[in-house]
Write a new protein. Structure first.
Length: 140
């Protein structure tokens, strides 16, 4: 597993529900933002992926809510890839308030889709390693 990459965000008021805490779907947006931030930090762009004829796909996401988040909370969203050697990979993410309180833990299963064949590629880590200027961010 790679060392977690992390991005800091501030919870915005419009992301909260009638009870004043972050709406459940926003946690997925936070996780997605951290994943794309990691790709950018590693030197991989959307156009770089599509230029290779592949695109990332989410196959499964599990969220475990620990503590509520409120408007104005500053949070760190971590992101660590785990490679199985197959067509899929796991991404483990933790959303933590800056005081150290874990608000949520997410586990996602993803892969890379061949955009022409519409099938999962056999070696997604190979694409990440080839495209990244810093493959170490993916644990490669």
């Amino acid at each position: 597993m790679s060392e977690p990459f992390s991005v800091r965000l501030t919870v915005r008021g419009y992301e909260t529900d009638v009870m004043g805490h972050v709406n459940q779907s926003v946690y997925i947006n936070y996780a997605e933002h951290a994943r794309w931030s990691l790709l950018q930090a590693a030197g991989i762009s959307q156009s770089g992926l599509t230029g290779q004829g592949v695109g990332p796909v989410a196959l499964e996401t599990t969220i475990r809510y620990r503590r509520e988040l409120l408007a104005g909370d500053e949070i760190d969203v971590s992101c660590a890839f785990e490679w199985s050697g197959g067509k899929t990979f796991r991404i483990r993410q933790t959303i933590t308030r800056t005081d150290g309180t874990v608000a949520a833990e997410l586990t996602a299963v993803g892969g890379l889709l061949d955009l022409k064949e519409r099938r999962m590629v056999a070696n997604p880590q190979g694409y990440f390693k080839e495209l990244a200027s810093d493959p170490g961010l993916f644990g490669l």
